[in-house]
Design a protein around this ligand. Structure first.
Ligand SMILES: [Zn+2]
Length: 148
């Protein structure tokens, strides 16, 4: 089934399997300290950007649990949970920002109807997507290595 895998351009046939595996994993979040630090730096940056000063919890889930039916969720009690397994760091960052915006909306008393607010294209959802994009662009400018 090798034909179904789209390898990055720099991979050629003479490379060892280990090298290929490593290259394919680049950009994916792992449990190693450096990656986790990258994410926690990013969380602090996003919180600062949004002006969130409380201790909202951000949990990274490396395994599926029954509560995770989408890639991420925000619980009104002040918990952001993001599924991270086999996802690119930049996608995880986008999820984190999106849910942090919901936390801000909650603090400001603007989340009133979970069904309407969470619907695609609702003002609440659009704001979360737009702000997430803003934060990622800002972070990307400070860390150009993110977008190779
Ligand atoms: Zn949302």
């Amino acid at each position: 089934m090798d034909a179904m895998i789209r390898y990055p351009k720099k991979i050629n046939e003479s490379m060892t399997k280990t090298t290929i595996k490593r290259l394919l994993r680049e950009g994916l979040l792992t449990k190693d300290e450096q990656d986790i630090r990258k994410i926690s730096d990013f969380i602090n940056f996003a919180k600062d950007y949004l002006g969130i000063t409380d201790d909202v919890k951000v949990e990274l889930a490396f395994e599926r649990t029954p509560d995770i039916t989408t890639t991420a969720y925000y619980d009104l009690s002040g918990l952001v949970k993001v599924y991270v397994k086999d996802r690119a760091i930049v996608d995880i960052q986008k999820s984190i920002c999106h849910e942090l915006v919901h936390h801000l909306q909650n603090i400001e008393g603007r989340l009133n109807n979970p069904i309407e607010d969470g619907a695609d294209g609702s003002p609440i959802e659009n704001e979360a997507n737009a702000k997430a994009g803003e934060i990622l662009r800002k972070w990307g400018k400070m860390h150009p290595e993110v977008y190779i």
